[in-house]
Design a protein around this ligand. Structure first.
Ligand code: NAI
Ligand code: NA
Length: 396
């Protein structure tokens, strides 16, 4: 079949295996070009198939020759329908890892469930013994709680009052006003249940109980802060409450890891186009201005550049890990630079459907969005039929 993008709003229903493979190869080449990192040896990545999690896995494997186990939730291909992009990304990653002589295995299923945790634990026992880095990079709209069976849905709403601001349809470039009604208490609780720290703690507790974490093991989860401009819908909204909870959980986990001298960190990352962030109102407009300004200042990064810097300059730089006054690692430092944010604030007011094409990087946004699904990737001939069924070699 010939695979073309089929978008519905901020999702794309199709994915291209060759484009996804090329994206992974590009990320691997980037990591190799930056030289080796004196990093982890056995790594578990939860949320390993796309975005920051995939980039963390690639950085571990190709920066430090680490053995990696990846957990994710992706759709395999069917005769009539391509797989989800994370499937193709992982297939490509594992193929490259195997060729490089690196151990790489994957588990496809609900990371929030007890079953998937047990399956992962069995695999670690069998193959790796102990893990020295656990990356927690899930982004999910729902979580079935393993103890109650209740399905919680997260939301992206302001708290305390409705919020009106500009947003962009990144397919058309149309800027419009959007108003979002405030969250209920229940919305807040549900979002914290899905995207807060509880499941991260469950994972670490389960691993520790089985003695699967090595002395001085680290675990890292990802958070976001962003500017005042997006606060109502992000950091001071429902998702922000979940991030507050995630950040607080890092301290709980560190305490519980004291016997092995382990540490839990939250790394605050830069705003980037991923499947998760495309769904948040207002953020795509912010990102298209941010991209333009960061590119002009030569400080633009994608997921792989962010993770390379996290590993090489923060986590494994042979010095004490630098954190902010709330104990968080910051790789959003360039995004949050005063001059960058001042410029965005200025452009925000003048952003209209007519001006965005010149003052913002709508094209960069759109291109990155299609790239997530393996489309518009340089060097790929999209007129070619793709017929082979792509398998993940180390899928359990
Ligand atoms: P993403 O959507 O690219 O990746 C999510 C990953 O979670 C995928 O591997 C997916 O398969 C997996 N996943 C989702 N539900 C699952 C489930 N039930 N069981 C197993 N795996 C599941 O998201 P992205 O953007 O990489 O986000 C990762 C983390 O980084 C999130 O905590 C997010 O809030 C954070 N972050 C994202 C930023 C952004 O701008 N995209 C900025 C800063 C932090
Ligand atoms: Na991820």
């Amino acid at each position: 079949m010939i695979i073309e993008p089929r978008t519905r709003g901020f999702i794309c229903l199709t994915a291209h295996p060759k484009g996804c493979e090329q994206n992974v190869i590009n990320q691997i080449n980037y990591i190799k070009s930056k030289g080796s990192i004196n990093g982890p040896k056995n790594v578990l990545v939860i949320g390993a198939s796309t975005g920051f999690g995939l980039a963390s896995r690639i950085t571990s494997a190709f920066g430090s020759n680490a053995s990696t186990i990846g957990v994710f939730l992706e759709k395999p291909p069917k005769p009539s329908r391509p797989a989800s992009p994370g499937w193709y990304n992982t297939a490509a990653f594992e193929k490259e890892a195997q060729e490089a002589g690196l151990y790489a295995k994957s588990i496809n299923g609900d990371a929030f469930s007890n079953e998937i945790k047990e399956q992962t634990i069995e695999l670690i026992k069998k193959d790796l013994g102990q893990i020295d880095l656990v990356i927690y990079s899930l982004a999910s709209p729902v979580r079935v709680h393993p103890e109650t069976g209740v399905k919680h849905k997260s939301s992206l709403k302001p708290i305390g009052g409705s919020y009106t601001n500009k947003t962009v349809d990144f397919h058309t470039g149309d800027i419009s006003q959007i108003s979002i009604e405030p969250a209920t208490e229940e919305d807040i609780e549900n979002t914290v249940t899905v995207m807060g720290g509880e499941d991260w703690k469950f994972w670490i507790d389960a691993l520790q109980k089985e003695n699967l974490l090595s002395p001085e093991a680290k675990t890292v989860a990802y958070s976001y802060i962003g500017p005042k401009l997006t606060e109502p819908v992000y950091r001071k909204g429902t998702i922000g409450r979940a991030k507050d909870d995630l950040e607080a959980t890092a301290f709980d986990i560190t305490k519980s890891l004291s016997a092995i001298n382990g540490n839990a960190y939250v790394s605050v990352n830069k705003a980037l186009v991923t499947q998760a962030s495309s769904a948040i109102p207002v953020i795509p407009l912010y990102i298209s201005l941010l991209y333009k300004i960061m590119k002009e200042n030569n400080v633009h990064e994608g997921c792989i550049e962010q993770m390379q810097r996290l590993f090489a300059d923060r986590l494994y730089n042979n010095q004490e890990i630098k954190t902010d006054d709330k104990g968080r690692i910051r790789v959003d430092d360039w995004e949050m630079r005063e001059d960058i944010q001042a410029k965005i604030k200025e452009l925000w007011d003048s952003a209209t459907t007519e001006t965005l094409g010149t003052i913002g990087d709508l094209e960069g946004y759109s291109n990155d969005f299609f790239n997530l699904f393996g489309f518009k990737v340089d060097g790929i001939d999209y007129t070619q039929e793709v017929n082979e069924v792509v398998e993940i070699p180390g899928l359990q």
